[in-house]
Ligand binder design. Structure first.
Ligand code: FES
Ligand code: FES
Length: 166
């Protein structure tokens, strides 16, 4: 067995509800696998040090940093990216609120923000603005000043609560 084969690992996971099988480099990060191998470029690779949150995706129900997880560690996992959450309509109200409240400008941080915000709203019916800020504190935005993002998430939280949750 040569070096290249030894340094690759077979994985089987689901991504956005679809089964995926691949042989991945042992050191490849999940975000690179999603972007480079699967063409899912919604989540971004930015700091690649777990600081900015641009790479946030959902793994087994939790929002995680795609730059801090190896693709090999996702073997058997259920992964959702912003593309999948868009296709299912799960975050449609959040996306509309981000547009309506001017919560995105360049949009670079937005996919990570949406995945993180949805995680919070799935757990908390009526998070306070402080809780929203705290939950999103690991997601950096260069453009918006955050106020509009908190507005958007708060708007959706209120709307969902009014409907008895989503
Ligand atoms: S690219 Fe992963 S946290 Fe910045
Ligand atoms: S909208 Fe530009 S980084 Fe957040």
């Amino acid at each position: 067995m040569n070096e290249i084969v030894r340094d690759r690992i077979d994985v089987a996971l689901t991504v956005n509800g679809e089964p995926v099988e691949a042989r991945v480099p042992a050191g490849q990060h999940l975000i690179d696998f999603l972007r480079l191998e699967l063409g899912l470029t919604g989540a971004h690779a930015s700091c690649e040090h777990g600081v900015c949150g641009a790479c946030t995706v959902r793994v087994n129900g939790d929002a995680v940093r795609g730059c801090l997880m190896l693709a090999a560690q996702a073997d058997g996992a259920e992964v959702w990216t912003v593309e999948g959450l868009t296709d299912t309509g799960e975050i449609a109200d959040l996306q509309e609120a981000f547009v309506a409240r001017n919560a995105l400008q360049c949009g670079f941080c937005t996919p990570g923000m949406l995945v993180a915000a949805q995680e919070l709203l799935a757990r908390e019916d009526a998070p306070s603005r402080a809780e929203i800020r705290e939950h999103l504190s690991g997601n950096y935005c260069r453009c918006t000043g955050y106020e509009a993002i908190v507005d958007a998430v708060e708007t959706v939280a209120t709307a969902r609560a009014g409907k008895g949750g989503a």
